[in-house]
Design a protein around this ligand. Structure first.
Ligand SMILES: CC(C)CC(=O)SCCNC(=O)CCNC(=O)[C@H](O)C(C)(C)COP(=O)(O)OP(=O)(O)OC[C@H]1O[C@@H](n2cnc3c(N)ncnc32)[C@H](O)[C@@H]1OP(=O)(O)O
Ligand SMILES: Nc1ncnc2c1ncn2[C@@H]1O[C@H](COP(=O)(O)OP(=O)(O)OP(=O)(O)O)[C@@H](O)[C@H]1O
Ligand SMILES: O=C(O)CCC(=O)C(=O)O
Ligand SMILES: [Fe+2]
Ligand SMILES: [Mg+2]
Length: 338
């Protein structure tokens, strides 16, 4: 109660921010003045006013760029995602537009099609079962705290990190997801990533550098790893070696929401199991596309355009924007811009 009153006061203080929810004042009007010593408007630039996050959770995200919600997705839902993923691996279903990735270390192996050859599937927006993840009310309830009410699912993945074949290729180098995205503003983008089983340092949990979302987008390129690097797994070349890394140990169903500038990666899978997580990047439909030519993102755009050319015969000059518009899906509210 105390918190929601504080929140409604904040809405008044922060009215100038201009977000629709910031102007939508609910609760008790307050005529008293608010001491600037107890409120720091500038600290609330990464999340929107809402009655979902506690003040503590909101402050944590503002400071750290991520927020873990325990036990958010049910076992029953996770089992359904798992079943559908297995069907995809066995080629019993072939969703339109889906990209199937194999780990660079096992490309030449002789496995039959099974979950043992698939490292990741991307762009499952046409798969009803998997896409349910992006529409779960419990997920969207939190997403809205960052995107506001008009929500687009922009990018989807189910990651099946394989046992490391000895070359450390199962690692994901430290990166910022915004490197891959030609839309802004970054503060209206958030990733939801749900552990489909217990995940810790043994099977390669997410590793984050807290607070790095407050920095800028850094140049990315392939890390110079001896054992090889997966296609498009770009990493940051010159991050602060001294920045504290935090390993996110998660239980099945736990979900982390994180900012697209947060530097993160994941470690090697030292177990014999395939470590599974499902995720979606959401953005406010009010975001706009940008032209990345002349920016540090040009290298990834060229690579994606090259792939589109090879796989679909699209012109090399194809604008990334068109690909994003085509696979983006509205999940709540109105499709205003993206
Ligand atoms: C925020 C978010 C976006 C962050 C990220 O997810 S970062 C990682 C994003 N990664 C991607 O988007 C990768 C997309 N992957 C793909 O499109 C596919 O997996 C492809 C790389 C095109 C492979 O497609 P596939 O149908 O398997 O085609 P092929 O078996 O004929 O292979 C075509 C050529 O690609 C090579 N390849 C396949 N998988 C990998 C790999 N994991 N690492 C490095 N190279 C790879 C393969 O050796 C082949 O090369 P060539 O024989 O043509 O020289
Ligand atoms: N010193 C480093 N230089 C560059 N990248 C690093 C460094 N340390 C970690 N990383 C990146 O961060 C990711 C996670 O690191 P982490 O230390 O958890 O994984 P790991 O080295 O595979 O396993 P572990 O340290 O638990 O044996 C790695 O995949 C790697 O991409
Ligand atoms: O290893 C993971 O599950 C996270 C991968 C990741 O950060 C990404 O694909 O952008
Ligand atoms: Fe990522
Ligand atoms: Mg390490």
């Amino acid at each position: 109660m105390e918190q929601s009153r504080a929140a409604s006061r904040l809405r008044i203080v922060l009215g100038h921010l201009g977000s629709p929810s910031a102007l939508n004042i609910v609760g008790h009007p307050t005529s008293g003045t608010v001491s600037s010593a107890s409120f720091h408007p500038q600290q609330f630039q990464y999340s929107l006013d809402n009655n979902v996050l506690t003040l503590e959770q909101r402050k944590f995200y503002e400071e750290n760029g991520y927020l873990v919600i325990k036990n958010l997705v049910s076992d029953a839902d996770i089992q359904r995602f798992r079943n559908e993923f297995e069907k995809i691996c066995r080629k019993e279903v072939k969703p339109l537009g889906l990209t199937v990735m194999r780990d660079v270390a096992i490309l030449k192996s002789e496995y039959a099609h099974s979950e043992k050859t698939v490292t990741k599937v991307q762009d499952f927006q046409e798969d009803k079962e998997l896409f349910r993840y992006c529409t779960l009310p419990e997920i969207l309830n939190y997403v809205e705290c960052f995107t506001g009410p008009n929500i687009m699912a922009m990018h989807t993945m189910l990651i099946n990190k394989p046992p490391d074949a000895g070359k450390k290729t199962s690692r994901h180098p430290l990166h910022q997801d915004l490197h891959y995205f030609p839309f802004r503003p970054s503060n209206l983008i958030v990733c939801a990533w749900t552990a489909m089983e217990p995940i810790d340092r043994n099977n390669g949990c997410l590793v984050v550098l807290p607070g790095t979302h407050r920095g800028s987008l850094k140049p990315h390129d392939y890390p110079k790893w001896e054992g090889g690097v997966n296609k498009m797994f770009h990493g940051i070349q010159d991050y602060e070696e001294n920045t504290a890394r935090v390993h996110l140990v998660m239980e099945k169903g736990d979900t982390v929401f994180f900012h697209p500038l947060l530097i993160h990666g994941s470690g090697r899978n030292k177990t014999q199991g395939f470590r599974k997580a499902i995720s979606c990047h959401f953005a406010s439909a009010d975001c706009h596309y940008i032209n990345v030519k002349g920016t540090s993102q040009e290298n990834i755009e060229k690579e994606v355009a090259g792939l589109a050319n090879k796989l679909y015969g699209l012109a090399d000059s194809v604008d990334l924007k068109d690909i994003w518009m085509f696979r983006a899906r509205l999940v709540k509210g109105e499709r205003t811009s993206l």
